[in-house]
Design a protein around this ligand. Structure first.
Ligand code: PRP
Ligand code: URA
Length: 203
């Protein structure tokens, strides 16, 4: 597993406004969308291209065209908050849906729903903005391994050191996050974090 801490002043500034308890759902959704764009650029940095001839108004030249269309997999609910910018940058990608919810008493995720295309041999970009215990991420990654996925990028906004550590054993996995925060509290929430991402999105 490789962890990439996405370093960019705009991302830090957006995250600070997302953390602010006084940021309401309307602004939070806009900020999540903007953050999603920045993360989509980073998550597609190594996407493959093929040479392509193009005629400019001045002369023919050689350009490039993308040949990969990774499957995008938002983890409901929070992942929906950053799905749209990924679809805008990857318009030909299939979208695979999974829904999990952490049990408030145990911190463990319950698997609620999946609706996915055939994933065998594919490259998947998983969208889950909060990586806390990594219980949710582990369940999703095990599911993807069973489905024969070749390579996974997990896109998060805020991660806890505990969650990053837990994912260390996974192969063919890249985790992108804007911030590795300090720790989890007794209810498995990230500190300083930004609270419950799904609640902040959907009020
Ligand atoms: C949140 C978040 C992640 C998960 C992370 O989802 O969106 O999916 O918790 O926690 P973990 O790393 O400890 O598993 P939640 O279960 O609260 O559902 P929601 O997105 O519908 O709010
Ligand atoms: N899920 C969230 O939405 N926030 C946290 O701090 C931890 C898990």
């Amino acid at each position: 597993m490789e962890t990439i801490e996405f370093e960019h002043p705009l991302a830090r500034s957006i995250l600070t406004r997302m953390r602010d308890r006084d940021t309401g759902p309307d602004e939070f959704r806009r900020l999540a969308h903007r953050m999603g764009f920045m993360l989509a650029v980073e998550a597609t940095r190594n996407i493959r291209t093929a040479p392509m001839h193009v005629e400019t108004p001045m002369e023919p030249t050689l350009g490039e065209t993308t040949v990969d269309s990774p499957v995008i997999m938002p983890v409901l609910r929070a992942g929906l908050g950053i799905l749209a910018p990924f679809q805008e940058l990857l318009p030909d990608s299939k979208v695979a849906f999974v829904a999990l919810r952490r049990d408030e008493d145990t911190g463990r995720p319950d698997w609620l729903y999946d609706s996915v295309p055939d994933l065998a041999g594919s490259q998947v970009i998983v969208l889950d903005p909060m990586l806390a215990t990594a219980g949710t991420a582990s369940a999703v990654l095990d599911y993807l391994a069973d489905a024969g996925v070749r390579e996974t990028t997990l896109v998060s906004v805020v991660a806890a050191p505990e969650g990053i550590h837990r994912l260390g054993a996974y192969e063919n996995l890249t985790v992108i996050t804007v911030s590795v925060d300090r720790e989890l509290d007794g209810r498995w929430f990230i500190l300083p974090g930004l609270g419950d991402f799904g609640d902040r999105l959907y009020n």
